[in-house]
Design a protein around this ligand. Structure first.
Ligand SMILES: [Zn+2]
Ligand SMILES: [Zn+2]
Length: 271
């Protein structure tokens, strides 16, 4: 069946490598039919002092042109211009303008910050080991994630790596079921999609995002699902897409939902 990847980065963010054209060529070689570039939307220096986490604002025009050039070079593949946009709740110090965001084909909603702290940054991992931190961070993460997913005034179409809090394999002392139900209800209420993000298998958590039980909850709630590899290097552009499809099938999905150029969606049967 078709291979789709609706989450990928490039050298434009400080922690990615490879040209947009290299990702597009690798994707075409792998037989991908939809490739969405979703660079980390600029953060202010208060959140990203070293330009490591996001694309510097001055480079966004070049990023967008590179994606449009890749689209023109690969007529057999849908190349989407997208962004991954951090949800910062009431700490957001940017001037996000709906008209400015309208030109993107897809906007991923991500929670990488809990009260200004980038909880998935390996350089700051030590905070997780403080007494009581794990339960507190998980609860706060899920609160923020549900706010982001359920608020229809926010511009997100797809909520990315839904249980990113498990990245370093720190799990709370309480069962996760109730949190999973809240997340599924939030995504459904907000009309959002989720993604299976294959990169999770390569972190300490050693499984894709989301966990099978969370994906099952999304499926039960009727939340559409797409697939992203979250590649930060061209070699990973098609990594484990088949495994993501297998997980979707296992929990009950019968189709993968695919964002399109211009903002519509289509579906592809998971045969
Ligand atoms: Zn990244
Ligand atoms: Zn990403």
């Amino acid at each position: 069946m078709e291979l789709v990847n609706t989450h990928c980065h490039s050298h434009f963010c400080g922690h990615g490598e490879g040209l947009v054209s290299e990702y597009a060529a690798a994707a075409a070689d792998a037989g991908i039919t939809t490739l969405a570039f979703t660079e980390h939307y600029p953060l202010t220096s208060a959140f990203d002092p070293d330009g490591y986490l996001s694309v510097p604002a001055v480079d966004m025009a070049a990023y967008e042109q590179a994606v449009l050039d890749a689209r023109a070079a690969h007529t057999g593949m849908d190349v989407l211009l997208g962004i991954e946009l951090d949800y910062l709740a009431d700490t957001d110090d940017r001037d996000l303008d709906a008209a400015d965001l309208a030109r993107y084909d897809v906007i991923l909603g991500s929670v990488h910050f809990v009260d200004r702290w980038p909880f998935d940054d390996p350089a700051q991992r030590g905070v997780w080991e403080e007494p009581g931190a794990v339960d507190r961070i998980w609860n706060r993460y899920v609160d923020l994630w549900c706010d982001a997913a359920s608020d229809p005034t926010l511009p997100f179409q797809v909520m990315s790596h839904p249980d990113l809090a498990k990245k370093f394999a720190f799990y709370p002392s309480f069962p996760l079921d109730a949190l999973y139900e809240r997340m599924a209800e939030a995504a459904s209420a907000g009309g959002r999609m989720v993604e299976v993000n294959t990169s999770g298998s390569y972190y300490a958590c050693a499984e894709m995002f989301p966990a099978p039980d969370l994906l099952r909850a999304f499926c039960r709630a009727g939340v559409p699902c797409t697939v992203g590899t979250d590649a930060h290097s061209p070699v990973n552009v098609a990594r484990d897409i088949h495994r993501a499809y297998a997980l979707m099938r296992e929990v009950g999905y019968r189709q993968v939902t695919v964002p399109m150029i211009g903002g519509d969606r289509r579906t592809v049967g998971l045969d």
